[in-house]
Design a protein around this ligand. Structure first.
Ligand code: FAD
Length: 563
């Protein structure tokens, strides 16, 4: 695999590509991998880091979207449920089954509202009772009967629910539990899908921190944000995977478009051992006072994630979690767990992103979450067709990518050579499922690499079967543990810089690892990480200082972290 400098040089040497994908969120990355597997020459670029837009800001659920049933989005739910199951099978190291519990306070509410919503006669969130939730869950189960690795739903009575969740609001009548999927690190999963695309023998190149500045005849001028240099590329087809920025990108290279009417969603990560214990490993999915569906997600160790909001926003660059949103989110927990308070001091990280939804009027909760491919054939400013990827869920990225790839293959008169449906992702390849298989696998790597068992276990939990190549890399050099990041070594950072295109300090702290998300950072830890990454990327002392300042600024402005 080429590093960043080599990829830029390769574009200078050969400024042509069949497909240029602009935007490396999950939809661009999924399409990149699928095209690469079909032998198509493609280049994916992002003006920022990989998976740093909406794809980093998701609620971390792999789900069919039970609430979309009441909007009549049956196709979307069925597709997303199958894709959820595919992801659980193909990336078992980075995804997990997620028991999800809905506390229910009423018997019959929603019976009238749901059909009204379905018919478009009700345009606001409305309370859902036991009967309507039961009906929804029956449909949810029916869609994946015979294809689900997880059990179906069940409904517990008031007494049983309070036995299981003693801190629940005693006013509940029932608790409905069903299974969806979860992921702790969308950024790592996206990175592994990207690396699969770049794999040996594929004609596929990826670059972060580069953006199109304008189009000229049959060329697009790209500006490297790191060196400031401009390079050009001539594509045959463009895929605009800019998510919430699709219209901004079109404006730069093709002319005005009006596809996106995004809504902002914010989440908080709180360190709260009592709440983490109270939810008992279940995601709690419930209706807030204003009728919006919100969640308390069991995050890593003693952390929980709470969210989200759903607010219209014009400029996706301005998406940050505001004071009002923080108040709104903190207020969610006592509705379900009246004895548990969450305070601002317990917040360790916050994040916000914009759902790239299609332009629509009405209540934000009812805008379709389905995806579409909006095609703009050649325009007066450009000689290539642009396929715009509008909307979609993280969960169903693969299905969207497959549809886009098929359209590209059709345009190129080529046939599909491989399907991604059952294709394992990254460290999910040859994954030993179950502890009885994992322990011998881990012991074997320990023996071969001479790296302690606990360390291999740690790597296996992060990288799945990619541990083989990482252990090989680490065993070749001395690999001291880090002072400020227990569980990480110098060699592991060097590996991530070399293999996963870490370009800025924040790439490592926020997206290649969960260090920032778990409140593990301090000024000293930033200095230590900058030293190691700087050594790999030949940073001067001035550059290290700039990187530390940049990271502090991003942490403060976007994530509410003040070091
Ligand atoms: C709050 C929230 C919660 C969500 N929860 C879930 C969930 O639980 N489950 C689920 O399945 N889905 C969820 N989603 C939806 C899902 O996350 C998104 O639909 C999906 O990530 C969109 O991916 P994308 O690749 O289209 O966009 P993005 O991830 O935004 O990618 C677009 C990329 O384009 C880049 N870009 C922008 N401008 C330029 C430019 N000029 N040049 C080059 N690159 C550029 C950006 O840097 C970005 O990386 C949620 C979304 C949000 C916002």
């Amino acid at each position: 695999m080429m590093n960043r400098a080599q990829t830029i040089q390769s574009i200078k040497n050969n400024p042509k590509t069949t497909v240029l994908i602009i935007g490396a969120g999950i939809n661009g990355i999924g399409t990149f991998r699928d095209l690469a597997l079909q032998g198509i020459d493609c280049l994916i670029i992002d003006r920022s880091d990989f998976c740093s837009g909406a794809s980093m800001a998701s609620s971390h659920m792999l789900h069919g979207g039970i609430r979309y049933l009441e909007n009549g989005e049956f196709r979307l739910v069925r597709e997303a449920l199958h894709e959820r199951n595919n992801l659980l099978r193909n990336a078992p190291h980075l995804t997990h089954p997620l028991p999800t519990t809905i506390p229910i306070f009423k018997w019959f509410s929603g019976l009238l509202n749901s059909p009204l919503k379905f018919l478009g006669l009700l345009d606001r969130p409305a309370e859902r009772g036991a009967v309507i939730i039961k009906l929804g869950l029956m449909m949810y189960d029916a869609y994946v009967r015979g294809d689900s690795p997880m059990p179906g739903h069940r409904i517990d009575s008031h007494d049983k629910a309070l036995q299981k969740w003693p801190d629940f609001n005693p006013d509940i009548r029932f608790a409905a539990t069903y299974y969806d999927g979860g992921m702790y690190s969308p950024e790592r999963l996206a990175m592994e899908i990207l690396l699969d695309g770049e794999g040996e023998g594929n004609h596929a190149r990826a670059l972060n921190y580069i953006r199109p500045v304008r189009s000229e005849e049959n060329k697009i001028l790209l500006r490297d944000e790191i060196s400031g240099e401009d390079i050009s590329i001539s594509p045959e087809i463009i895929i605009n995977a800019g998510g919430p920025w699709i219209d901004v990108i079109n404006n730069e290279i093709n002319g005005k478009s009006n596809f996106i009417g995004g809504t902002k969603g914010s989440h908080l990560i709180v360190k709260h051992p009592e709440l983490r214990e109270a939810i008992g490993g279940h995601e709690i999915f419930f209706e807030y006072l204003d009728g919006r569906i919100v969640l308390i997600f069991p995050y890593l160790q003693d952390h929980v994630m709470i969210g989200s909001t759903d607010l219209r926003i014009d400029n996706p660059d301005n998406a940050v979690c505001t004071e009002e949103e923080t108040e709104y989110i903190l207020g969610m927990v006592p509705q379900i767990f009246p004895s548990l308070k969450v305070t601002r001091e317990q917040i360790v990280f916050q994040f916000s992103g914009v759902r790239p939804l299609p332009v629509a009027t009405g209540s934000t909760g009812q805008i379709s979450r389905d995806h579409s491919i909006e095609i703009v054939e050649k325009s007066s400013r450009a000689s290539w067709p642009i396929l715009n990827l509008v909307g979609g869920k993280w969960t169903s990225y693969r299905a969207l990518s497959e549809q886009v790839t098929d359209q590209v293959l059709n345009r190129l008169n080529q046939v599909r050579q491989a399907s991604t449906s059952r294709l394992p992702i990254g460290g999910g390849k040859n994954y030993p499922a179950g502890t009885d298989k994992q322990q011998p696998w881990i012991k074997n790597i320990t023996k071969k690499s001479d790296i302690p068992l606990e360390r291999i276990e740690q790597l296996f939990a992060r990288y799945g079967t990619r541990t083989t190549e990482i252990a090989d890399f680490l065993s070749k050099k001395s690999d001291p543990p880090l002072k400020h990041f227990p569980g990480y070594t110098r060699g592991e950072i060097a590996y991530l810089v070399e293999q996963e295109m870490v370009t800025h300090l924040d790439d490592f702290l926020i997206r290649r690892t969960k260090l920032a998300w778990l409140g593990r950072l301090s000024k000293d830890s930033l200095i230590e990480a900058a030293e190691i990454i700087g050594e790999e990327l030949n940073w001067t002392d001035t550059k290290k200082g700039q990187e530390i300042n940049r990271t502090c600024e991003i942490l403060e402005k976007r994530h509410g972290v003040f070091l």
